[in-house]
Design a protein around this ligand. Structure first.
Ligand code: SF4
Length: 235
């Protein structure tokens, strides 16, 4: 085979691979939008494969077609939530952990942070104390962490069979990707950032397994940054 023939065949292979990947990303994007808008899960393995293998490229592709790159993480979280839901619910609560981000805490939080995370004293200034108490009463171990490094340490030093996490879409998707050997459920933050973030408390309690009837009064979703009323229990 001459050099010319080699490069011709090589170019054709690259061209076909490019068309294949573009088609795969397009199909996955359509399936992901159907999942987000209509809550219909179609070809979940194809979606997960595309998100996991082409993560960076998929985000760029979404951006290039005029979408927010965050949609890829949103799709990742939604598809993993649906795929893992039954397995997660089958795990005993005593074998589950709840991982909360420390950015949910009140700016006036006085809890100590060490290598295992934040030690919430349930001062009633923010939603973390509420969620921690509720989850622990159900049997969960609770960790309040500043970042993914802490999650790696938790995975190394603790035994668990199910994980419920709260984080921004990207951190949540990547954490669920890394913990794919364990049934995971995730609740994305309503407002992300480094401080004063927000979470849908009802969604977290629902995943924990605590029913919250619609008429039940829940703390303000932005409870971590509202004016505090320390003497009144917020849930
Ligand atoms: S309830 Fe919130 S503000 Fe109070 S100690 Fe726990 S994390 Fe900190």
């Amino acid at each position: 085979m001459s050099i010319y023939e080699f490069y011709t065949i090589f170019g054709q292979i690259v061209f076909i691979a490019g068309i294949f990947i573009l088609s795969l990303l397009s199909v996955a994007l359509i399936l992901g939008r159907i999942l987000i808008k209509q809550e219909r899960l179609i070809f979940p393995k194809l979606l997960l494969f595309t998100i996991d293998v082409f993560y960076g490229l998929f985000k760029k592709f979404a951006g290039n077609v005029g979408l927010d790159e965050k949609i890829v993480d949103q799709m990742g979280v939604e598809v993993r939530n649906k795929v893992n839901e039954k397995a997660f619910n089958d795990v005993d609560n005593k074998d589950k952990i709840l991982v909360l981000p420390h950015c949910l805490r009140s700016p006036r939080c006085e809890a100590k942070l060490d290598s295992t995370g934040l030690h919430c004293t349930d001062c009633n200034r923010c939603v973390i104390g509420v969620l921690k108490n509720k989850a622990e009463n159900e049997g969960y171990d609770v960790f309040i962490i500043p970042g993914s490094t802490f999650l790696k340490k938790i995975a190394q030093n603790h035994e668990f069979k199910g994980v419920l996490g709260v984080a921004c879409h990207q951190d949540l998707n990547l954490a669920m990707m890394n913990l794919s050997h364990v049934p995971c459920q995730g609740v994305p933050l309503l407002k992300d950032g480094c401080v004063c973030t927000k979470v849908d408390i009802r969604a977290v309690l629902d995943k924990i397994g605590i029913e919250t009837p619609q008429n039940m009064v829940l703390p303000n979703k932005s409870a971590s940054c509202v004016v505090e009323r320390p003497k009144r229990k917020i849930l």
